[in-house]
Design a protein around this ligand. Structure first.
Ligand code: F3S
Length: 766
């Protein structure tokens, strides 16, 4: 099978120039491009890794510098960018600029300004902006027939429009309008590419058009190839190749749109080789030659740009552009400075024609392999080698061959060794360059410049490290992984953390609750989750709070798995309410109701607990379905009434505190939760008219235990029995001991709510 590769396949100079300008700008930090820089998604992704971030519209521009792509923009868009005080890198292709200028000038003199092209294409939108209210877009001949033309009609086209299509529209308008001025604004590169595609299509069975499916010029190439009789397929990458299309085909043609990078074309060639499509050596050598030409892209673009600038200047001269024609056949062709080349013959070379001298010594065929195949492989290897080395932005692995204080010299398989300047290492590595790097070490790098003044490719390890860090962080974000890093600074609003890159933890995401002073985190290693990872906008937001919450959730799951009724667990007082306290049991909160805190009445949880206290609690109940846990505290200490017989036996004399007085006696507290009654008759040996005459609340008195009833939790006590009985006065009648009127009065000393003493009182007592 013979393959014919179009010489003009791949990036046009306008696209190369735009990419060059963007990469130069991105060397100083990320930049935005207003719209994707080119119509090729994979290349756009590659460029975004190099800091060229596409913004769908002006409102999405996040960087201070904006690139206007080769398609150009309407004048009002550029004005708005200026108004927003953005640094503008105008990468509008000079050929497009020329068309814009023509559109603007035509607006002054013509009655109608026809732009032949796709009305939705950004270049055409820009041209309409320059043509103003007189501009309108004609899509094709059919569309042209649906319009009426009056006065002077200026006609120009999208730079990538098909020449034949443009000519057909022009012919039609000539037949309809009074006066026509035609401007040939199809760019030379496009015209050549299209002519070449047509020529190849006539000679081959199948044409592969490599390019973005939303690229206008790729679409035009496919259309042209199909119109010229070839079976045609548009592929964006190798994975799109359907090899069935080659069934029965002997000759294959390959071309590519202006937005197709050479590395994608290279991948297609390689894949075809793998799948036994015989490559022609001469074609490959031509590809090598094309690569060599590409290495001079800067000069070529500069020359072409200068040429185009001249064209623009010529276009600004009204005499040269605007030709007034006679009324009847008033048709004039504006000077066609960029007239397409006469013929751009496609290259078609059979294997037999490949001259032997084109094969280098290393590429010489071996005895085992057929000469044709070997020489082809050698040529292809040379092609691949060049591709790998000279491409800016390419990521490669090399071997360190020399280490010095100022740089590393790296063998990347190129003719010249690459240089990693100290500045392209991470700062920490740059400090210890001779300690950390050694000859023979493998190192991954990105090509920053194809060559420096000494002819060495300039490489960066720092950017690879950054790329790897972004990749790692993006994956960690996707997987919800927990990472660790050191806090390197405390700034307004949060923490800066070193994670290979500088990540930001907003103050609100440092803890699960508000933290006022963040200084304590400085130089600490902290764990976090990645919340936002946007390399294009250099945005890396971390959350320690998310890590803490995740950790708490994991602990909680374990607790729910293990917790059972009647267990005793350790917890921390989290929150106090009027009805109880919430206790954190390692990630799960349980409620300790106020009634379960002590054997005596507790008015408020704060009487016995403080937030942050660590306590043991008894699990009263677990409702896993509704995730509720009831806790008790008093269950962990004995009921004081159960100890009464032991601690307060009959006739024992103990100290007590008067807590309340009543008409029939005084209530005294033996200990929290245990109170008894001293009947009025037991207050003193003499007659006591009123309880308050003998005691008052708060008095500490000695009492003697007269009796107790554990079931009804009652104790009868006597103060009198602890006192010495006075001698009776002889002159007086013996004092009759007053008995309680009713039995129940003796025992009606159940504590009332307001009889309770506070915990503070108890502590004081202790
Ligand atoms: Fe390319 Fe400029 Fe032509 S961008 S296709 S050289 S108009």
């Amino acid at each position: 099978m013979i393959i014919t590769m179009a010489k003009s396949a791949g990036f046009c100079f306008g696209v190369k120039r735009a990419i060059r300008l963007a990469l130069e700008a991105a060397a100083d930090g990320n930049v935005s491009s207003l719209g994707p820089l080119i119509h090729n998604q994979r290349e756009v992704e590659r460029l975004s890794k190099l800091g060229i971030c596409p913004a769908a519209d002006m409102n999405e521009i996040k960087e201070d510098t904006v690139i206007i792509r080769s398609h150009g923009v309407p004048p009002e868009v550029k004005e708005e960018l200026k108004r927003r005080d953005l640094k503008i890198i105008d990468a509008t292709c000079p050929f497009v600029k020329k068309a814009q200028h023509i559109a603007a000038e035509s607006r002054k003199e013509a009655d109608m300004v026809v732009i032949v092209g796709d009305k939705d294409h950004p270049e055409v939108i820009g041209l309409v902006g320059f043509a103003g209210e007189k501009g309108f877009v004609i899509n094709d001949l059919e569309d042209a027939m649906n319009h009426r033309y009056h006065g002077t009609v200026a006609i120009l086209s999208q730079t990538t429009y098909s020449l034949a299509g443009f000519e057909s529209v022009v012919e039609y308008i000539k037949s309809e309008a009074e006066r026509v001025i035609v401007y040939h604004t199809i760019c030379k590169a496009t015209a050549e590419r299209q002519k070449e595609a047509a020529a190849i299509a006539k000679e081959v069975d199948v044409v592969l058009v490599v390019g973005g499916k939303n690229s206008a010029n790729t679409g035009k190439l496919a259309q042209i190839a199909a119109n010229n009789g070839a079976k045609t397929a548009v592929i964006e990458s190798v994975s799109d190749i359907d090899f069935n299309i080659f069934n029965g085909a002997e000759k294959i043609g390959i071309t590519a749109g202006a937005s197709t990078p050479d590395w994608i074309i290279g991948e297609v060639l390689e894949k075809m080789k793998e799948d036994s499509v015989v490559m022609d050596e001469k074609v490959l050598n031509e590809m090598e030659a094309a690569e060599a030409v590409e290495s001079e892209v800067t000069e070529e673009a500069a020359a072409a740009e200068a040429e185009a600038e001249e064209i623009v200047e010529a276009a600004t001269e009204p005499e040269a552009e605007e030709v007034i024609a006679p009324a009847e056949e008033a048709v004039e062709e504006a000077p066609a400075e960029e007239a397409p080349a006469e013929e751009a013959p496609a290259e078609e070379v059979s294997a037999e024609e490949a001259p032997a001298e084109e094969v280098s010594a290393e590429e010489a065929p071996t005895e085992e392999a057929p000469a044709e195949e070997e020489s082809m492989a050698g040529a292809y290897a040379a092609f691949s080698k060049d591709v790998a080395i000279v491409r800016r932005g390419e990521r490669l692995t090399g071997t360190i061959i020399k280490v010095s204080d100022s740089e590393l010299m790296v063998d990347i398989g190129a003719k010249s060794e690459g240089i990693i300047p100290r500045s392209e290492l991470n700062p920490a590595e740059a400090e210890q360059i001779t300690e950390l790097f050694h000859e023979g070490d493998s190192v991954e790098v990105i090509v920053m410049r194809r060559e420096n003044e000494d002819g060495h490719p300039v490489l960066s390890k720092r950017r690879v490290d950054a790329d790897l860090a972004w990749e790692k962080l993006a994956k960690a974000m996707e997987d919800g992984d927990i990472l660790e890093g050191k806090v390197i600074d405390v700034v307004k609003g949060g923490l800066l953390v070193n994670v290979g890159l500088k990540g930001f933890v907003p103050a609100s995401l440092v803890e699960t609750s508000y933290v006022g002073n963040l200084e304590k985190y400085k130089d600490q290693d902290i764990k976090f989750k990645v919340l936002e990872c946007d390399k294009n906008h250099n945005k890396l937001i971390l959350s320690r709070k998310a890590y803490l919450e995740a950790e708490k959730a994991a602990k909680a799951a374990k607790v729910w798995e293990e917790i059972e009724k009647d267990q005793v667990r350790h917890g921390t007082v989290q929150r106090l309410t009027t009805f109880g306290a919430f206790i954190d049991l390692d990630g799960v909160d349980g409620l300790l109701h106020v009634s379960q805190m002590a054997w005596y009445r507790v008015n408020h949880p704060s009487e016995i607990l403080n937030i942050g206290d660590e306590i043991d609690v008894y699990i009263l109940n677990v409702d896993k379905e509704n995730q509720k846990i009831s806790l008790g505290l008093k269950q962990l200490i004995p009921d004081p009434w159960s100890l009464v017989p032991e601690k307060y036996p009959l006739n024992a004399i103990v100290e007590a505190k008067v807590v309340r007085t009543a008409t029939f006696g005084a209530f005294v507290q033996l200990e929290p939760g245990v109170e008894g009654l001293v009947h009025i008759s037991q207050l003193a040996w003499g007659r006591v008219a009123k309880t308050e005459d003998a005691v008052k609340p708060g008095d500490i008195v000695n009492v003697k235990v007269l009796g107790f009833d554990l079931d009804s939790k009652k104790i009868s006590l006597s103060i009198k029995e602890t006192l010495e009985r006075p001698e009776p006065e002889k002159s007086e009648e013996p004092v009759e001991e007053k008995k309680p009127k009713k039995e129940e009065e003796l025992h009606s000393y159940a504590p009332k709510e307001d009889d309770q003493i506070t915990i503070a009182d108890m502590i004081k007592e202790d």
